[in-house]
Design a protein around this ligand. Sequence first.
Ligand code: IPD
Ligand code: CA
Ligand code: CA
Length: 270
Amino acid sequence: MPLAPADPELAEILGLARDLARRAGAIQRDRYETGLTIETKSATIDLVTEVDRACEELIVGEIQAARPGDAVLAEEGQGGDAEQARVRWIVDPLDGTTNFAHGFPRFCVSIGVEREGERAVGVVYDPLLDECFEAVRGEGAWLGTRRLQVTQEQDFGRALVATGFAYDVHKSDDDNLASFRNVVKSARGIRRDGSAALDLCYVAAARLDAYWELKLHPWDVAAGFLILEEAGGHISDFSGGPGDRSGREVVSSNGRLHDALLALLEPRAR
Ligand code: IPD
Ligand code: CA
Ligand code: CA
Protein backbone atom coordinates (compact mmCIF):
# COMPACT_ATOMS: atom_id res chain seq x y z
CA MET A 1 0.00 0.00 0.00
CA PRO A 2 1.41 3.43 -0.86
CA LEU A 3 1.52 6.26 1.66
CA ALA A 4 -2.00 7.53 2.50
CA PRO A 5 -2.02 9.79 5.58
CA ALA A 6 -5.02 9.68 7.90
CA ASP A 7 -4.77 13.41 8.73
CA PRO A 8 -6.88 15.14 6.04
CA GLU A 9 -4.72 18.26 5.89
CA LEU A 10 -1.54 16.23 5.47
CA ALA A 11 -3.28 14.09 2.85
CA GLU A 12 -4.17 17.25 0.92
CA ILE A 13 -0.65 18.65 1.25
CA LEU A 14 0.96 15.37 0.19
CA GLY A 15 -1.36 15.12 -2.82
CA LEU A 16 -0.50 18.66 -3.92
CA ALA A 17 3.25 18.18 -3.34
CA ARG A 18 3.25 14.92 -5.34
CA ASP A 19 1.32 16.47 -8.20
CA LEU A 20 3.57 19.55 -8.37
CA ALA A 21 6.78 17.52 -8.11
CA ARG A 22 5.64 15.34 -11.01
CA ARG A 23 4.55 18.30 -13.14
CA ALA A 24 7.81 20.17 -12.54
CA GLY A 25 9.70 16.93 -13.18
CA ALA A 26 7.91 16.62 -16.53
CA ILE A 27 9.23 20.05 -17.52
CA GLN A 28 12.76 18.91 -16.58
CA ARG A 29 12.38 15.69 -18.58
CA ASP A 30 11.15 17.62 -21.64
CA ARG A 31 14.00 20.12 -21.48
CA TYR A 32 16.75 17.63 -20.57
CA GLU A 33 19.64 17.84 -23.06
CA THR A 34 18.04 20.71 -24.97
CA GLY A 35 19.54 24.20 -25.44
CA LEU A 36 19.18 26.13 -22.18
CA THR A 37 19.65 29.71 -21.08
CA ILE A 38 22.12 29.49 -18.20
CA GLU A 39 23.11 32.29 -15.80
CA THR A 40 25.39 32.37 -12.77
CA LYS A 41 24.45 33.35 -9.19
CA SER A 42 26.79 33.50 -6.14
CA ALA A 43 29.84 32.24 -8.07
CA THR A 44 30.83 31.31 -11.62
CA ILE A 45 30.06 27.67 -10.76
CA ASP A 46 26.65 28.43 -9.19
CA LEU A 47 24.20 28.11 -12.08
CA VAL A 48 20.54 28.77 -12.66
CA THR A 49 18.69 27.85 -15.83
CA GLU A 50 15.38 28.93 -17.31
CA VAL A 51 14.09 25.49 -16.27
CA ASP A 52 14.83 26.12 -12.56
CA ARG A 53 12.77 29.30 -12.85
CA ALA A 54 9.93 27.73 -14.85
CA CYS A 55 9.62 24.87 -12.36
CA GLU A 56 9.61 27.28 -9.43
CA GLU A 57 6.97 29.48 -11.06
CA LEU A 58 4.71 26.47 -11.57
CA ILE A 59 5.17 25.10 -8.05
CA VAL A 60 4.86 28.41 -6.19
CA GLY A 61 1.92 29.61 -8.31
CA GLU A 62 -0.04 26.42 -7.73
CA ILE A 63 0.66 26.36 -3.96
CA GLN A 64 -0.46 29.97 -3.66
CA ALA A 65 -3.62 29.24 -5.67
CA ALA A 66 -4.52 26.08 -3.71
CA ARG A 67 -3.45 27.19 -0.23
CA PRO A 68 -3.24 30.99 -0.15
CA GLY A 69 -2.59 31.13 3.60
CA ASP A 70 0.59 29.04 3.47
CA ALA A 71 4.11 30.51 3.37
CA VAL A 72 6.52 29.43 0.64
CA LEU A 73 10.32 29.57 0.75
CA ALA A 74 11.63 28.81 -2.73
CA GLU A 75 15.26 28.87 -3.82
CA GLU A 76 14.96 31.23 -6.77
CA GLY A 77 13.02 33.78 -4.71
CA GLN A 78 9.50 33.56 -6.14
CA GLY A 79 7.86 32.43 -2.87
CA GLY A 80 6.46 34.50 -0.02
CA ASP A 81 8.14 33.23 3.11
CA ALA A 82 7.12 33.67 6.75
CA GLU A 83 9.12 31.51 9.14
CA GLN A 84 6.36 31.54 11.76
CA ALA A 85 3.57 30.49 9.36
CA ARG A 86 1.45 27.51 10.43
CA VAL A 87 2.18 25.72 7.15
CA ARG A 88 5.40 26.50 5.30
CA TRP A 89 6.50 24.99 2.00
CA ILE A 90 10.24 24.80 1.30
CA VAL A 91 10.95 24.26 -2.37
CA ASP A 92 13.99 23.45 -4.44
CA PRO A 93 12.49 23.47 -7.92
CA LEU A 94 15.53 21.75 -9.44
CA ASP A 95 18.15 20.21 -7.16
CA GLY A 96 21.20 19.29 -9.21
CA THR A 97 21.31 22.25 -11.59
CA THR A 98 24.95 21.69 -12.56
CA ASN A 99 24.06 18.12 -13.55
CA PHE A 100 20.97 19.28 -15.45
CA ALA A 101 22.96 21.93 -17.33
CA HIS A 102 25.54 19.32 -18.37
CA GLY A 103 23.10 16.57 -19.27
CA PHE A 104 24.29 14.43 -16.33
CA PRO A 105 21.21 12.41 -15.34
CA ARG A 106 20.99 13.09 -11.61
CA PHE A 107 18.61 15.84 -10.53
CA CYS A 108 15.19 16.17 -8.92
CA VAL A 109 12.40 18.34 -7.57
CA SER A 110 12.36 18.70 -3.77
CA ILE A 111 9.32 19.89 -1.82
CA GLY A 112 9.29 19.89 1.99
CA VAL A 113 6.41 21.13 4.15
CA GLU A 114 6.52 22.16 7.80
CA ARG A 115 3.42 22.42 9.96
CA GLU A 116 3.63 24.33 13.22
CA GLY A 117 7.41 24.43 12.88
CA GLU A 118 7.79 20.66 12.47
CA ARG A 119 8.72 18.76 9.34
CA ALA A 120 5.45 17.18 8.19
CA VAL A 121 5.67 16.15 4.51
CA GLY A 122 8.55 15.55 2.10
CA VAL A 123 8.48 14.70 -1.60
CA VAL A 124 11.55 14.28 -3.84
CA TYR A 125 10.92 13.37 -7.48
CA ASP A 126 13.57 12.13 -9.91
CA PRO A 127 11.98 12.64 -13.34
CA LEU A 128 14.38 10.53 -15.40
CA LEU A 129 14.00 7.42 -13.23
CA ASP A 130 10.37 8.33 -12.46
CA GLU A 131 11.09 7.75 -8.77
CA CYS A 132 9.06 9.62 -6.18
CA PHE A 133 10.41 9.46 -2.63
CA GLU A 134 7.92 10.65 -0.05
CA ALA A 135 7.33 10.78 3.68
CA VAL A 136 4.78 12.02 6.18
CA ARG A 137 5.79 12.45 9.82
CA GLY A 138 5.01 9.27 11.73
CA GLU A 139 3.88 7.38 8.60
CA GLY A 140 7.20 6.23 7.18
CA ALA A 141 9.17 6.97 4.04
CA TRP A 142 8.11 5.42 0.78
CA LEU A 143 9.21 4.87 -2.79
CA GLY A 144 5.94 3.94 -4.46
CA THR A 145 4.67 0.91 -2.57
CA ARG A 146 8.05 0.15 -0.99
CA ARG A 147 8.55 1.30 2.59
CA LEU A 148 12.10 2.61 2.97
CA GLN A 149 14.55 1.49 5.62
CA VAL A 150 18.21 2.48 5.98
CA THR A 151 20.97 -0.15 5.78
CA GLN A 152 22.09 -2.24 8.74
CA GLU A 153 25.79 -1.76 7.90
CA GLN A 154 28.06 -1.36 10.92
CA ASP A 155 31.48 -1.56 9.29
CA PHE A 156 32.67 1.74 7.79
CA GLY A 157 35.06 -0.19 5.55
CA ARG A 158 32.01 -1.62 3.75
CA ALA A 159 30.11 1.67 3.49
CA LEU A 160 29.19 3.61 0.37
CA VAL A 161 29.19 7.28 1.33
CA ALA A 162 28.27 10.48 -0.53
CA THR A 163 29.20 14.11 -0.11
CA GLY A 164 29.25 17.39 -2.02
CA PHE A 165 31.16 20.66 -2.29
CA ALA A 166 29.72 24.13 -1.85
CA TYR A 167 29.72 26.77 -4.57
CA ASP A 168 32.41 28.77 -2.69
CA VAL A 169 34.90 25.89 -3.00
CA HIS A 170 37.23 27.85 -5.34
CA LYS A 171 37.68 30.60 -2.75
CA SER A 172 37.03 29.17 0.73
CA ASP A 173 39.46 27.08 2.79
CA ASP A 174 36.46 25.59 4.60
CA ASP A 175 36.19 23.34 1.55
CA ASN A 176 35.42 19.81 2.83
CA LEU A 177 38.60 18.44 1.23
CA ALA A 178 40.28 17.18 4.42
CA SER A 179 37.11 15.31 5.40
CA PHE A 180 36.77 13.99 1.85
CA ARG A 181 40.31 12.61 2.02
CA ASN A 182 39.69 10.94 5.37
CA VAL A 183 36.52 9.25 4.15
CA VAL A 184 38.06 8.14 0.83
CA LYS A 185 40.80 6.41 2.83
CA SER A 186 38.29 4.58 5.06
CA ALA A 187 35.06 3.78 3.21
CA ARG A 188 34.41 1.20 0.51
CA GLY A 189 33.47 3.97 -1.88
CA ILE A 190 32.52 7.61 -2.11
CA ARG A 191 30.18 9.41 -4.52
CA ARG A 192 29.68 13.06 -5.41
CA ASP A 193 26.49 12.88 -7.38
CA GLY A 194 25.44 16.54 -7.28
CA SER A 195 21.95 16.45 -5.76
CA ALA A 196 21.75 16.81 -2.00
CA ALA A 197 18.05 15.90 -1.93
CA LEU A 198 18.67 12.63 -3.78
CA ASP A 199 21.72 11.90 -1.62
CA LEU A 200 19.49 12.03 1.49
CA CYS A 201 16.84 9.88 -0.19
CA TYR A 202 19.48 7.36 -1.22
CA VAL A 203 20.56 6.93 2.40
CA ALA A 204 16.87 6.42 3.21
CA ALA A 205 16.53 3.88 0.40
CA ALA A 206 19.62 1.89 1.49
CA ARG A 207 21.50 2.81 -1.70
CA LEU A 208 24.03 4.72 0.41
CA ASP A 209 25.08 4.16 4.02
CA ALA A 210 25.88 7.78 4.85
CA TYR A 211 26.08 11.30 3.41
CA TRP A 212 27.53 14.55 4.68
CA GLU A 213 27.85 18.08 3.31
CA LEU A 214 28.45 21.66 4.42
CA LYS A 215 26.80 24.97 3.55
CA LEU A 216 23.57 23.59 2.15
CA HIS A 217 20.32 25.55 2.35
CA PRO A 218 16.89 24.76 3.79
CA TRP A 219 15.46 23.92 0.33
CA ASP A 220 18.19 21.29 -0.24
CA VAL A 221 17.25 19.36 2.91
CA ALA A 222 13.64 20.12 3.91
CA ALA A 223 12.15 17.08 2.17
CA GLY A 224 15.17 14.78 2.38
CA PHE A 225 15.58 15.18 6.15
CA LEU A 226 12.03 13.93 6.80
CA ILE A 227 12.35 11.09 4.28
CA LEU A 228 15.59 9.97 5.91
CA GLU A 229 14.27 10.31 9.49
CA GLU A 230 11.18 8.30 8.57
CA ALA A 231 13.41 5.58 7.09
CA GLY A 232 15.22 5.24 10.43
CA GLY A 233 18.25 7.37 9.56
CA HIS A 234 20.14 9.71 11.83
CA ILE A 235 20.97 13.37 11.13
CA SER A 236 23.29 15.65 13.09
CA ASP A 237 25.66 18.58 12.81
CA PHE A 238 29.44 18.11 12.75
CA SER A 239 29.61 17.94 16.56
CA GLY A 240 27.03 15.16 16.71
CA GLY A 241 24.38 17.57 18.03
CA PRO A 242 20.87 17.75 16.58
CA GLY A 243 21.77 20.59 14.21
CA ASP A 244 19.14 22.87 12.73
CA ARG A 245 16.99 23.02 9.63
CA SER A 246 19.33 25.34 7.75
CA GLY A 247 21.48 22.70 6.06
CA ARG A 248 24.68 24.49 7.14
CA GLU A 249 26.14 21.25 8.53
CA VAL A 250 24.66 17.93 7.50
CA VAL A 251 25.92 14.57 8.72
CA SER A 252 23.51 11.75 7.94
CA SER A 253 23.73 8.00 8.14
CA ASN A 254 22.01 4.72 8.93
CA GLY A 255 22.71 5.52 12.60
CA ARG A 256 25.13 2.64 13.15
CA LEU A 257 27.89 4.36 11.18
CA HIS A 258 27.28 7.83 12.55
CA ASP A 259 30.08 8.01 15.11
CA ALA A 260 32.58 6.50 12.68
CA LEU A 261 31.70 9.16 10.09
CA LEU A 262 31.80 12.00 12.64
CA ALA A 263 35.29 10.90 13.71
CA LEU A 264 36.53 11.28 10.13
CA LEU A 265 35.13 14.76 9.53
CA GLU A 266 37.35 17.78 10.12
CA PRO A 267 36.13 19.70 13.17
CA ARG A 268 34.73 23.11 12.22
CA ALA A 269 35.43 26.51 13.76
CA ARG A 270 32.39 27.73 15.74
C1 IPD B 1 23.14 21.83 -5.06
C2 IPD B 1 23.15 20.34 -5.07
C3 IPD B 1 24.55 19.81 -4.83
C4 IPD B 1 25.16 20.36 -3.59
C5 IPD B 1 25.11 21.87 -3.60
C6 IPD B 1 23.66 22.33 -3.75
P1 IPD B 1 21.37 23.12 -6.61
O1 IPD B 1 21.83 22.34 -5.25
O2 IPD B 1 22.29 19.81 -4.09
O3 IPD B 1 24.58 18.41 -4.72
O4 IPD B 1 26.49 19.93 -3.50
O5 IPD B 1 25.66 22.36 -2.42
O6 IPD B 1 23.60 23.71 -3.69
O7 IPD B 1 22.14 24.40 -6.66
O8 IPD B 1 21.66 22.23 -7.74
O9 IPD B 1 19.92 23.33 -6.34
CA1 CA C 1 19.66 22.45 -4.21
CA1 CA D 1 18.09 24.34 -7.01
